[in-house]
Ligand binder design. Structure first.
Ligand SMILES: C[S@@+](CC[C@H](N)C(=O)[O-])C[C@H]1O[C@@H](n2cnc3c(N)ncnc32)[C@H](O)[C@@H]1O
Length: 221
């Protein structure tokens, strides 16, 4: 009997794969493979140093899960806490107002991530005790208080939160640590991050370092 059940399951899988698109692989991440690789390499660089990583702007947690799996599989839980920071309630009104009023963007185009919910998100990561969700406007967080900051992945799309958070992260970062900033790409709906990243590099006399198509790196010398 078990053999018959197995044969039926295999036949069903074969049918689904050959005659539908349900089993076709899909790329689930919002960020590029080169960015994921970069994040893992940066985690590895300081894996023996006790401290934290922050992902700022986590949406439903696709990249968070990728990073958490790496930390778990490489047994880095004792040295590395992963803070997942988000409003868990989309963009702030002030940040959206700025995009519309001062950057000429359309509110309808910008609206996204309204589905999120802190309790559901936290429950989804309950098995990763080293992942600490933090509900906050990223521009108001005291990053120094989280402990030595080894790596930051900043992915909040808009100008104001990126502009106001970059200096705070830079101050909190350990020597040799990095900020990986997503959406550093001009002339698109979310080009606020590009403007903020470019201004930051200019103000701090840092040479912009872009990897892939839309990812800006800032390193603390
Ligand atoms: C592009 S998504 C993040 C995607 C995620 N990093 C990933 O790789 O799957 C942007 C997220 O930033 C969050 N966000 C936007 N403005 C924020 C702010 N001022 N403070 C905290 N989170 C913010 C949104 O709620 C949203 O979840």
């Amino acid at each position: 009997m078990p053999n018959l059940v197995k044969a039926i399951k295999e036949a069903a899988k074969s049918f689904v794969f050959k005659y539908t698109t349900l089993a076709a692989p899909s790329y689930r991440y919002n960020i590029e493979p080169i960015q994921l690789t970069c994040l893992i390499n940066e985690i590895e660089k300081f894996k023996t140093v006790k401290g934290c990583i922050v992902e700022i702007g986590v949406a439903r947690g696709l990249t968070t899960l990728f990073l958490a799996e790496h930390i778990k599989r490489q047994s880095l839980q004792n040295t590395t806490t992963l803070y997942a920071i988000d409003t868990f309630d989309s963009f702030t009104k002030a940040d959206l107002d700025y995009e519309v009023r001062d950057r000429g963007k359309s509110l309808t185009e910008l609206e996204a991530f309204g589905y999120n919910d802190y309790d559901v998100w936290a429950k989804n990561f309950a098995n990763f005790s080293f992942v600490k969700p933090l509900k906050a406007d990223c521009a108001t967080v005291d990053y120094q208080a989280l402990g030595p900051l080894k790596l930051a992945f900043l992915d909040v799309d808009l100008y104001l939160p990126t502009k106001n958070t970059l200096p705070k992260l830079f101050d909190a970062l350990i020597t040799g640590g990095a900020i990986v900033c997503d959406d550093v790409l001009n002339n698109n709906v979310y080009d606020g991050a590009f403007q903020a990243y470019t201004e930051f590099c200019r103000e701090y006399s840092l040479t912009p370092e872009i990897i892939g198509n839309k990812c800006g790196i800032i390193r603390k010398p």
